[in-house]
Write a protein that binds this ligand. Structure first.
Ligand SMILES: NC(=O)C1=CN([C@@H]2O[C@H](COP(=O)(O)OP(=O)(O)OC[C@H]3O[C@@H](n4cnc5c(N)ncnc54)[C@H](OP(=O)(O)O)[C@@H]3O)[C@@H](O)[C@H]2O)C=CC1
Ligand SMILES: O=C(O)C1=N[C@H](C(=O)O)C[C@H](O)C1
Length: 273
């Protein structure tokens, strides 16, 4: 059993926007030892140094295109749903813990994730920043107090390179609000409006997605009544907040029994699950 003051960590998708920041966060964390970082099979970067890729100088950690030979305790994955599920299937079969920040899973893929997670330890969260996890709690309070009388709209903005929409964070905002109001998000979500839509159905929760430039991630929940409106907004100004959250989750996860956890549990914001 690895001591909690030396967790052997691997990072999938080292070339990604998050991958590079995760390498830096792992290197800077006193309880974490970065032992592997992966690139796509056949990548010309195989064999290069992970620290040099991340722009923080040589770390002596070689980029690999196959993690199966690496003796890690926790794998951190911010890649794509397909790549993540392939790695999770391997981790579940080999008793390796996983911290998953990837978003954009279909319902079918989410079911597969939940199944694999029964056989190992997994933290899965569409947003690992402390601020966003606190925002989800604030949304519960707002929904309880004014949710029924208000029109609820969720707005998100991200950089032009983002592949999935709405963001995983926005979808979770909708789930949190819908759950508090006893609604099923799949029944009440409106993903954009166009043409003669008619008057607003008060039960609906609307989503608006903007993709532009280099915005790291902005999310707002609007609770609008006649005469006043409340906006709860979170804005990310650095991907390091996500990466630090993933490190915190990794340190927490090694001491948990097998199961699927979220970031609320890591942060002690929710003890229900
Ligand atoms: N939970 C959270 O807090 C956050 C979650 N995210 C999520 O993390 C994910 C990644 O985001 P971001 O870093 O911006 O994306 P990028 O596209 O910059 O990086 C994705 C990485 O995954 C690799 N990858 C993708 N598909 C495969 C595959 N099939 N096989 C092997 N490698 C693959 C890419 O390799 P290659 O370079 O070769 O294409 C790349 O290294 C997204 O789902 C995003 O929504 C992002 C920020 C915070
Ligand atoms: O792709 C991103 O960049 C982000 N993705 C996550 C999401 O889909 O919610 C988290 C954050 O908003 C950044």
């Amino acid at each position: 059993m690895t001591q909690t003051n030396s967790i052997k960590l691997a990072i999938a998708g080292a070339t990604g926007r998050m991958g590079k920041v995760l390498i830096e966060a792992a290197h800077n964390h006193p309880q974490i030892q970065l032992i592997a970082a992966s690139v796509r099979p056949g990548s010309s970067l195989t064999g290069a140094d992970a620290g040099e890729l991340a722009g923080i100088g040589k770390l002596g950690v070689t980029l690999v295109d196959d993690l199966s030979q690496s003796d890690f305790d926790v794998l951190v994955d911010f890649t794509s749903p397909e790549s993540c599920l392939e790695l999770l299937s391997w981790c579940a079969a080999h008793n390796k813990a996983m911290v998953i920040g990837t978003t954009g899973f279909s319902d079918e893929q989410l079911q597969a994730l939940e199944q694999h997670a029964q056989n190992t330890k997994v933290v899965f969260a569409p947003n690992m920043s402390v601020g966003v996890n606190l925002m989800w709690k604030l949304l519960e309070v707002a929904s309880e107090v004014i949710g029924e009388q208000c029109d609820i709209e969720i707005q998100e903005t991200h950089h032009r390179f983002k592949k999935d929409a709405p963001s995983g964070t926005a979808l979770k905002m909708g789930e949190v609000i819908a759950a508090k109001l006893g609604r099923n998000l799949a029944d009440v979500a409106i993903y954009g409006r166009e043409g003669m839509t008619g008057e607003r159905d008060p039960n609906t929760i609307g989503f608006a997605t903007t993709r532009a430039g280099d915005v790291i991630g902005d999310h707002t929940a609007l609770f609008a009544d006649i005469g006043e409106r409340l906006e709860i907004t979170h804005k990310s100004s650095s991907r390091m907040t996500y990466a630090n959250g993933a490190m915190r989750a990794s340190v927490w996860l090694v001491n948990q029994p097998n199961g699927l956890y979220d970031m609320q549990q890591v942060l002690g914001l929710n003890t229900e699950k």
